[in-house]
Design a binder for this molecule. Structure first.
Ligand code: BDR
Ligand code: CA
Length: 344
């Protein structure tokens, strides 16, 4: 009996070397790259995936999350989230970047295993998981922040229940990618972003300042697919080729050397290896209306006392990544996906 109990306790213990993560995502090609990285990495335990509109509609995001986890033979709960922003009108998904299906218009898909999404909303799923394991769950949001803001509305103590947030979005010194000042994820739901930034989470923003520095070559995905004949790696290669074609039209360097920015995966790599980044700490806000809608502002000159309201001590401190060690990050990405993480 005592032995039984001991065994039970062991099964309840969590591996403290692992980050227990809920991945909030709109897959999306770079989201798919990040999901593969997270499934492959030995120090990430994906305790759930929550989906959101953005690169695709939310039903398509859910279909893709279920599909990619099925290909990896991983049983991970997927909970569907918001289909539109909190306040502003939603936009049509950018099918010219990610394909109409979010994975570069796959020519075919293998039959679904029949796995279904969790019956709870993404917001409820996040709240339930946080309440069940207070202080243990890290959120990695890489789409609009609507689900996180909705979870916060359900549970105002969420910042105390969640261990930390490592999000991809925003930009501090770099220009924007949907306006001169705004990054796509944040611009998609600026009201949600500002609610999340000001709620008191232990929050790290991984924005275009660093994600634009990291170009992952298409040749790496070709190498991975050639090394291991696996439907997931072929799916990823197809998606990445489509995505890289879009980037080649925008960036002359990427025409000569096809590749794509590693936006979303950097939110995971920063969580695992903060020493590869430099960060600036300050009071983070998002502009919700007007011509600068979606702009992220980090007030990091904390000794300055501005007459303008909105950046005072009532706003919690967050950090934003400013520089990144590109060769080391690329090596971690390659090593992680090259390891033996997929079933034969
Ligand atoms: C972000 O926007 C989305 O299109 C990408 O998936 C990434 O999360 C980059 O601005
Ligand atoms: Ca994304």
């Amino acid at each position: 009996m005592r032995l039984e109990a001991a065994r039970f306790n062991i099964s309840l213990m969590t591996d403290s070397s692992k980050h227990r993560v809920i991945f909030d995502t709109d897959p999306g090609v770079d989201d798919a790259m990040a999901l593969c990285f997270a499934m492959a990495h030995p120090h990430i335990e994906l305790v759930g995936i929550t989906t959101v509109y953005g690169n695709v509609t939310v039903p398509q995001a859910t279909t893709n999350a279920l599909y990619l986890t099925q290909l990896a033979a991983r049983s991970i709960s997927v909970a569907q989230g918001a289909s539109q922003p909190l306040v502003k009108h939603g936009e049509a998904p950018p099918d010219f970047i990610h394909g109409a299906d979010g994975l570069g218009n796959l020519p075919s898909r293998i039959a679904s295993s029949g796995a279904k999404a969790d019956r709870r909303s993404a917001a409820q799923f996040i709240v339930d998981m946080a309440r069940a394991s207070p202080g243990q769950i890290t959120l990695v949001p890489v789409g609009p922040l609507t689900n996180i803001a909705a979870a916060l509305a359900l549970e105002p103590k969420l910042p105390q229940l969640i261990k930390s947030i490592s999000l991809m979005g925003g930009t501090i010194k770099e220009g924007g990618n949907v306006s001169p000042v705004a990054e796509a994820n944040i611009w998609n739901d600026p009201h949600a972003a500002d609610a999340v930034f000001t709620a008191g989470f232990d929050l790290t923003m991984i924005g275009l300042d660093v994600t634009y520095k990291v170009v992952i070559p298409v040749s790496l995905f070709e190498k991975l697919a050639a090394k291991h004949e696996h439907p997931l790696l072929h799916t990823l290669l197809h998606a990445v080729r489509f995505y890289a074609k879009f980037y080649a039209t925008r960036y002359p360097d990427l025409k000569a050397n096809p590749g794509c920015f590693g936006h979303d995966v950097l939110a995971f790599i920063a969580l695992l290896h903060p020493e590869l980044f430099s960060f600036s700490q300050g009071r983070l806000r998002c502009v919700t209306e007007g011509i600068a809608q979606g702009q992220t502002i980090l007030h990091d000159r904390l000794s300055m006392d501005f007459p303008q309201a909105g950046f005072g001590a009532e706003i919690p401190l967050s950090q934003a990544a400013i520089t990144v060690n590109v060769p080391s990050v690329l090596k971690i990405f390659e090593d992680t996906l090259t390891a033996n993480w997929l079933p034969a």
